[in-house]
Design a protein around this ligand. Structure first.
Ligand code: SAM
Length: 246
């Protein structure tokens, strides 16, 4: 057998074993813990390094996710970009940017992009995708947490959080008055129970999501549904804006 094939089999086998072990560990850890949490703070720790489901976004499983996500979410990026109507003068923050695919594919023409993610695995992938813009100084990648955004008030004209955690008040704070936001979450219509809990995180239906954005001060809340296959059956995509006089 050629050396390259042998090497590919070994690397592939090791990655598959690591992914399987991580999934099994996660399933066992999740058992019996589906109680309604008191607040949303768990959302900001479960998928981050050290969190209960960190394997999804870090290490070998995170690496596989980083490779697969851009292919699975193409339709979502399309819809999000359409709802945002990105302009050349925009300054865009992508919260939970993952492998940076949305920024690299849909925000090439905007003035400045910043991707924030707590996962070193995801940030490495994003660095690869945004290499030219990082070099040109029109992109920045930041290791951080959506719960406490390390940015100035009103620093961005656009904020995105695609299938990633969002703290509504923080997103509102870093958006300038009149700024636009897009958010997505797995399609809640597929979950029979509402409100639902998964991995100790609360999941909201459409009305719940609208309420959270309106309570934080956002207006013009619009929701669309995007079909996605195979990992996510679909996504709720919500856009809104920070009022000009706020
Ligand atoms: C399902 S992925 C989506 C990635 C990207 N938005 C996309 O659609 O391609 C979720 C991302 O959220 C990141 N994440 C997890 N916890 C986070 C937190 N507390 N703050 C910000 N991002 C977080 C993960 O590391 C991961 O990259």
């Amino acid at each position: 057998m050629p050396r390259r094939t042998k090497l590919a089999l070994i690397v592939g086998g090791a990655a598959a074993t690591a992914a399987g072990a991580a999934l099994a560990r996660g399933r066992l850890a999740g058992r019996g813990s589906e109680v309604m949490p008191a607040d949303d703070s768990a959302m900001f720790t479960v998928f981050a390094p050290g969190g209960r489901c960190a394997y999804w976004c870090n290490g070998p499983t995170g690496w596989l996710m980083a490779k697969a996500m851009p292919r699975m979410e193409t339709g979502l990026y399309e819809t999000a970009a359409m709802m945002l109507d990105l302009q050349p003068e925009d300054e865009l923050l992508d919260i939970g940017c993952g492998p940076g695919a949305f920024l690299a594919l849909k925000a090439r023409h905007v003035r400045r992009v910043v991707g924030l993610d707590p996962s070193p695995t995801m940030l490495r992938e994003a660095e690869r995708r945004l290499a030219d813009r990082l070099l040109a100084g029109t992109a920045r990648l930041v290791a951080g947490n959506a719960a406490e955004l390390p940015f100035e008030d009103g620093e961005f004209s656009v904020v995105a959080a695609l299938n990633a955690p969002i703290k509504h008040a923080e997103a509102f704070r870093v958006l300038r008055p009149g700024g636009r936001l897009v958010f997505s979450d797995p399609d809640p219509r597929r979950r029979p129970e509402q409100p639902a809990v998964n991995w100790g995180v609360r999941w909201y239906d459409e009305a719940g999501h609208r309420q959270l954005f309106e309570d934080a001060g956002f207006t013009d809340v619009t929701v669309r549904y995007q079909r996605l296959k195979p990992l996510y059956e679909g996504a709720l995509v919500l856009s809104c804006r920070r009022p000009a006089a706020s």
